[in-house]
Design a protein around this ligand. Structure first.
Ligand code: NI
Length: 254
């Protein structure tokens, strides 16, 4: 069994065949999928999916790309949704200084506010960090909350990974670990303990090999886990068991 710790099943690329996508995941052994809302509207859709599919859980929060859209009432909507029993995390939140779809100062302010809200709701957090490694680590260090969570789609270096693990975070490995040119991520995976790793798709994005170029979906997290097993020289079953236990622990899924 595997857990896809980060998917976006509520997004339009899955509108046509969402049921089949969830079924294919199950057939591939991916029995639990955490789908991550990025706007209030998408968080509502994500919750709707948790009602429809037993193996689907939700993370809710406002993505750094959408930070500029946060209004009066946005956080109240999130508070209300967080009462749902299948909400297992707050996120994804963080900083994206690569695409800069919201102004950097706004991203930083909204990230800080959402860290506080995650504390209030007592949820682990899911962090999005793109080209903002030192700023992200500084904000996490300064956060007085529980510091439980996941660095999703990890793209920092080994030193940053160690620092984040020391702060109480898991490191989530996406399908890009299968890309020919990504020796950097493979060397980080090699050096980190399996007890600190999760696997994810971030679908519909970041499709692993051998399907790169196609739409990604949760079933393909198998290829990421296989690559992690190959890198670490461990049986696939062990990687599946340990990353599943890690994900269940952080999301508090029985
Ligand atoms: Ni994502």
């Amino acid at each position: 069994m595997l857990i896809d710790s980060h998917a976006h099943l509520e997004m339009p690329p899955f509108d046509r065949d969402r049921g089949q996508v969830v079924r294919r995941a199950k057939e591939a052994g991916v029995e639990i999928i955490v789908t991550v809302g990025t706007t209030v509207e998408d968080c509502r859709k994500a919750l709707e999916l948790t009602r429809r599919y037993p193996g689907v859980y939700a993370a809710i929060g406002i993505h750094p790309h959408e930070a500029k859209e946060i209004r009066d009432g946005t956080y109240d909507s999130i508070r209300e949704m967080a009462r749902h029993e299948k909400v297992v995390a707050y996120g994804e939140i963080g900083l994206d200084f690569f695409r800069n779809l919201s102004p950097r100062a706004t991203q930083i302010r909204r990230f800080g506010e959402q860290l506080e809200l995650a504390s209030e709701l007592d949820l682990p957090i899911v962090i999005h960090d793109r080209e903002a490694h030192s700023e992200t680590v500084d904000l996490l260090k300064g956060w007085k909350g529980s510091r439980r969570g996941i660095i999703h789609c990890f793209s920092g270096d080994y030193a940053m990974a160690k620092q984040c693990i020391g702060l109480g975070f898991y490191i989530s490995i996406p399908g890009t670990v299968t890309f020919e040119k990504n020796e950097k991520l493979r060397s980080i995976v090699r050096d980190l303990p399996l007890e600190s790793l999760l696997v994810e798709t971030d679908c519909p994005y970041l499709t692993p090999n051998p399907f790169r170029g196609r739409r990604n979906e949760p079933a393909y997290v198998v290829h990421t886990a296989r690559k992690v097993a190959e890198i670490k020289g461990k049986p696939f079953e062990e990687v599946a068991a340990v990353t599943t236990a890690n994900a269940k622990r952080i999301f508090d899924i029985p």
